[in-house]
Design a protein around this ligand. Structure first.
Ligand SMILES: NC(=O)c1ccc[n+]([C@@H]2O[C@H](COP(=O)([O-])OP(=O)(O)OC[C@H]3O[C@@H](n4cnc5c(N)ncnc54)[C@H](O)[C@@H]3O)[C@@H](O)[C@H]2O)c1
Length: 561
């Protein structure tokens, strides 16, 4: 068995790790020391001479060098990664999977004191305000450490070692938690094989008597049934309420029928609803939770990529009306959002690929690491390649955009538009909505429409001088590679432009276009009609990026829609 100790600099990883290793005749692996050896210089010198990015690359290869987790019952290795190694989702995947991971939790005040007294100067706390710096580090990293088992690291070394030994006795948990955070929009948990455990924990926190699962036949067969079985095995009485699959669930009549079902089963205020499904299930199940008994708590277990990176986060719930989509609803934040990438293993390729339209959007909104991950492995993700799960790529492609959305919506919970820039999430959506309307919501999936919409935004931005040519070409090359927004579309340009005119009327005569910049997006309400018309015509014609990059020439072609 391998034990991994994580925590901020000064939390005692080395002292506890060495003592634990000695007690079990195990090897103690200090990954920072391994890195120093490989680089032939101390870490402060790597930071100073080569920069943090170079250090992070060395760190990733040191983590990969550990190989698979040791499967024996006895402790064989105690691993202490540097304080920041776990910021990279792929490192966390490689470190936590199959191992006993313990977080030595020490308050920032105690840490700052310890670091001041330490004979070695840590590069990240070097300088004026160690306390402020430690607090800042804690705020940025706690969600990654909190995925491991929390151990009080302030106690005396032997007591901490014994606390870790109690975890060792229980052995590694079957699933892998990667991120855990309590936020204004609910507790967020990311991992693989964690759904039943995380739902159970959320139910306990809510003092629930039973698990009332709301799902639909597709998600239920693929994932929900397994969660129900695991909850039953853990001792929870389980009730299941089924809504129809797909958009048919987003009907007021369905909500009425489901509410009657809850009443017949005497569901009370303290019985949270657990929504298991994609966005077309989460939206109405959340609306049911918002309105039944004037509001009951709910837990989101999204089972599609769209739902994991987008619809489950932000508390927007609702149903469609004959007059339009999502016209009736409420903001109702879930108590917990459980993002279990295991659910995605059964998701059809078209669903995965389309959802990447939203993920590319998040990358274009200034997430360089996500951009690079998609360029390297996006195609494997789109195909649902088992290797993409095994290497932790799928988890990264869920975690990065999902967390970015958490940050945006916590800054702007009710779409007031002022703080936090929730409007930036509309990048690519103006034309996407117009295409969906022209399509009559019949054939295009939303993410596929966003793929076209992103290209339109790039081309409008380029025409206006907002999007640098290089950035535009990079975004379009990635879309080419993922086969998004490439195939010609059969809608008349006039119909698409008319649909965006309707949007404009709703927006009080001025459409606010979100356009890509060199490293993010700007909002413009002065986009000339000719620029929109030209962009719409060009995407309908199915043109690939105006200047395809060499790498995109090898990507597959074919209809995306
Ligand atoms: N609330 C929001 O902020 C928000 C944001 C974006 C989209 N949405 C809404 O989300 C909806 C689209 O959601 P979606 O794309 O997740 O579609 P969906 O919920 O209809 O799921 C797509 C299909 O996949 C099946 N499925 C679900 N999970 C599966 C799994 N793990 N394995 C195999 N099959 C599975 C479903 O049965 C369905 O047939 C739309 O109604 C849209 O309006 C809401």
């Amino acid at each position: 068995m391998d034990v991994v100790l994580v925590g901020l600099p000064g939390s005692g990883k080395s002292a506890v790790g060495r003592r634990l290793a000695a007690r079990h005749h195990a090897a103690f692996i200090d990954l920072d020391a391994d890195i120093e050896q490989a680089a032939g210089k101390p870490i402060p010198a790597i930071f100073a001479q080569d920069g943090e990015a170079a250090f992070r690359r060395l760190e990733r290869s040191a983590v990969e060098g550990l190989g698979p987790a040791d499967a024996s019952r006895e402790v064989r290795r105690v691993i202490s990664p540097g304080g920041g190694a776990v910021m990279d989702p792929r490192n966390r995947w490689a470190l936590y999977r199959g191992r006993v991971a313990a977080w030595l939790d020490v308050r920032p005040e105690v840490l700052a004191q310890r670091l001041r007294r330490s004979p070695t100067v840590h590069p990240l706390v070097h300088g004026g305000d160690p306390m402020g710096r430690v607090r800042q580090l804690a705020a940025g990293r706690e969600r990654f450490y909190a995925a491991a088992h929390r151990v009080n690291g302030v106690a005396e070394v032997n007591a901490v070692v014994e606390a870790v030994e109690r975890l060792v006795e229980a052995g590694p948990t079957p699933g892998t938690a990667l991120l855990r955070a309590s936020t204004k929009v609910g507790e967020v948990v990311v991992g693989e094989g964690i759904a039943a455990d995380a739902v159970g924990a959320a139910l306990r926190r809510a003092d629930a008597r039973r698990a009332v699962l709301v799902s639909e036949p597709g998600a239920w067969a693929a994932f929900g049934e397994g969660v129900a079985e695991a909850l039953r095995a853990a001792g929870w009485p389980v009730e299941a309420v089924m809504l129809p699959s797909g958009e048919a669930a987003k009907q007021l009549a369905v909500i009425g029928e489901a509410a009657r079902e809850l009443a017949r089963r005497r569901v009370e205020r303290r019985d949270p609803l657990v929504a298991i499904g994609g966005g077309a299930l989460g939206d109405p199940a959340g609306f049911l939770a918002a309105t039944y008994l004037r509001g009951v708590p709910w837990i989101q277990v999204p089972t599609t990529l769209v739902a994991q990176v987008d619809s489950a986060i932000g508390g927007k719930t609702g149903v469609d009306l004959p007059e339009g989509k999502n016209l009736l609803g409420a903001f109702h934040q879930p108590a917990a959002i459980v993002l279990d990438v295991a659910a995605l293993r059964s998701l059809p390729e078209r669903q995965l690929r389309a959802a990447l339209g939203e993920v590319v959007k998040m990358a274009a909104l200034d997430d360089e690491a996500l951009f690079a991950a998609l360029e390297a492995d996006g195609e494997a993700v789109a195909r649902g390649d088992p290797g993409a799960f095994e290497r932790g790529v799928m988890a990264e492609v869920v975690e990065r955009p999902a967390w970015a959305k958490v940050e945006v919506v916590t800054a702007d919970e009710r779409e007031q538009g002022s703080a936090g820039g929730r409007i930036a999430l509309n990048l690519g959506h103006t034309v996407a909505h117009a295409l969906e309307a022209a399509d009559g919501y019949a054939t295009l999936l939303h993410g596929e429409a966003v793929g076209y919409g992103l290209r339109a935004a790039v081309r409008i931005g380029t025409a206006l001088g907002v999007t640098p040519a290089e950035r535009g070409a990079r975004i379009e090359a990635l879309l080419d590679r993922l086969d998004l927004g490439r195939a010609p579309l059969p809608y008349p340009p006039e119909a698409v432009l008319a649909a965006s005119e309707t949007d404009k009327k709703h927006a009080g005569g001025r459409l606010r276009w979100v356009l890509p910049t060199a490293d993010g997006a700007v909002v413009r309400d002065d986009v000339p009609g000719e620029a929109v018309a030209a962009a719409v015509r060009s995407i309908l014609a199915g043109a690939s990026s105006p200047s395809p990059s060499p790498s995109s020439s090898s990507s597959p072609s074919g209809a995306a829609a």
